[in-house]
Write a protein that binds this ligand. Structure first.
Ligand code: ADP
Length: 163
């Protein structure tokens, strides 16, 4: 009855009177990204489009996060980016992913202390399937720590039903 009934000394339990959607939003606010992040698949910017396609199949993800030689997060390469690159007709064995990826300043990312509901909202707003979870480095650039995807959100939704 958590949230529905509240207790006060010498009064006992009483109806908290919160509307149902307030109870749900209070519950959702407790979900923080760092508790639900999954392993990111990170590749170097010189990886070929062909190898990136193989990596997407082998790792069973929809998006690769791209880093430079210093480990800085510099891009995102999705299935459609790779499909588009394959359709152009150039040699995908020699074409690197940094030609086809989405890059700064157009990248969307979140910090691990953000709420899951914020991540979900960002994915809907930007029409993307996943978000990298990043840390700011001393050089002012970002490193990729994790990943949150629409699948993560679906799993949380189902776990709420089973609670
Ligand atoms: P798919 O290509 O499999 O449909 P998305 O919908 O996630 O995957 O990607 C659509 C486009 O948005 C792609 O061009 C991709 O590079 C870009 N994109 C994906 N994730 C991000 C992100 N976190 N920040 C910026 N752009 C992104």
């Amino acid at each position: 009855m958590s949230g529905i009934l509240e207790a006060r000394p010498r009064v006992g339990y009483y109806y908290a009177g919160k509307p149902k959607n307030k109870l749900i939003s209070d519950q959702l606010k407790k979900y923080v990204v760092k508790d639900y992040l999954s392993q990111p698949v990170v590749v170097k910017n010189e990886m070929s489009v062909y190898d990136a396609i193989c990596t997407i199949f082998l790792e069973d993800v929809s998006t690769l996060f791209v880093i430079n030689e210093d480990g800085d997060f510099i891009g995102v390469c999705s299935r459609k980016d790779l499909l588009r690159a394959s359709m152009i007709g150039d040699d995908i064995h020699s074409m690197p992913v940094n030609i086809v990826m989405t890059r700064m300043p157009n990248l969307n990312y979140i910090l691990e202390n953000e709420r899951v509901v914020y991540a979900a909202n960002l994915m809907i707003e930007k029409e993307i399937d996943s978000l990298p979870i990043v840390n700011k480095k001393d050089n002012g650039k970002f490193e990729v720590k994790g990943r949150i995807s629409k699948t993560t959100i679906t799993n949380i939704f189902v776990s709420l039903f089973n609670e």
